[in-house]
Design a protein around this ligand. Structure first.
Ligand SMILES: NC(=O)c1ccc[n+]([C@@H]2O[C@H](COP(=O)([O-])OP(=O)(O)OC[C@H]3O[C@@H](n4cnc5c(N)ncnc54)[C@H](OP(=O)(O)O)[C@@H]3O)[C@@H](O)[C@H]2O)c1
Length: 260
């Protein structure tokens, strides 16, 4: 499998990065909240890399967004969060083509215990097989961890950056209850990771924050969720475009700090 495919379809707009144009990477963005984050960044004139595990899904989403958006640019890339080679390749490709990365949104995620998924899977810590927990951690936490490690040096080249980790209230220790053990561990880990990177990058111009989108009508949230993907994307967009004196090391929902 080709790790990345950034060639635009002939129908799409010619790709021309304006000098100084900001560059963003949003993972798991062919649909759901991620696609709305891409749409919002394009509206703010960013050049955005949109990733999916499937090249066709990424290209379809890019074609749709390019047709709709009056500004910004979007390019597809293939990224499996559990594949180190993909993670390295996508950052190397952005470095070679654009020489900069301003925003990383770690949005890709799975919620294997989701009640709307068939067949239902074990959710209790007493019952869930460790392989299922491992899959959640590999995808939601370790993939984001490694991608962040790879992305930071590219941000450090120009002395600023914004990293947004799309977490969940399910990862809040303050609210921690029974069930959803793999998902909860992965998002609690993502929250811890947010604080550690924020502390290590303090004063570097790179702001690192986590957010919860609320309960959103997507593949993860299911059809009964009350929020639209656009509503779910709002706080992530706000964090991705913070001014230099914005917060770092925080956890937010609806642009307000929430308990860890
Ligand atoms: N919806 C909610 O109610 C809710 C609540 C709290 C937090 N969140 C978080 O919001 C984020 C976005 O989810 P969503 O609600 O927009 O659901 P979604 O539409 O299912 O989006 C999740 C995306 O993650 C990607 N993905 C899954 N496994 C992957 C892997 N192994 N490697 C690379 N990409 C992978 C999928 O992309 P491809 O299939 O195209 O590869 C998928 O589009 C997730 O981190 C989720 O935990 C959602």
């Amino acid at each position: 499998m080709t790790a990345i495919d950034t060639s635009p379809s002939p129908e799409t707009r010619a790709i021309t990065q304006s000098p100084g144009q900001r560059v963003a990477l949003v993972t798991g963005a062919a649909g759901g909240i991620g696609r709305e984050i891409v749409r919002g960044l394009m509206a703010r004139d960013y050049l955005v890399y949109l990733s999916s595990r499937a090249a066709e899904s990424a290209q379809q989403a890019v074609d749709t967004l390019m047709d709709e958006a009056p500004r910004g640019e979007v390019r597809p890339c293939v990224l499996e969060m559990t594949c180190t080679e993909h993670l390295r390749d996508v950052i190397a490709m952005i470095k070679a083509r654009d020489g900069r990365l301003d925003v990383l949104v770690n949005n890709a995620g799975i919620y294997l215990e989701a009640p709307h998924l068939e067949p239902a899977r074990p959710t209790l810590a007493l019952e869930q097989p460790v392989e299922m927990v491992r899959e959640s951690l590999e995808t939601n936490l370790l993939g984001a961890y490694q991608l962040t490690q790879l992305a930071v040096p590219l941000m450090q080249r120009h002395g600023e950056g914004r990293i947004v980790n799309v977490s969940s209230g399910s990862g809040q220790l303050a609210e921690m209850g029974a069930g959803d053990i793999g998902y909860r561990l992965s998002k609690a880990g993502l929250n811890a990771m947010t604080r550690v990177f924020a502390a290590e990058l303090q004063g570097s111009g790179i702001l690192v924050n986590a957010m919860c989108p609320g309960w959103v009508n997507t593949g993860v949230g299911g059809p009964d969720a009350p929020r639209t993907p656009q509503q779910g994307a709002d706080t992530a967009l706000w964090l991705a475009t913070l001014p230099d004196d914005g917060p770092s090391g925080g956890f937010f929902r609806d642009r307000q700090p929430i308990a860890w």
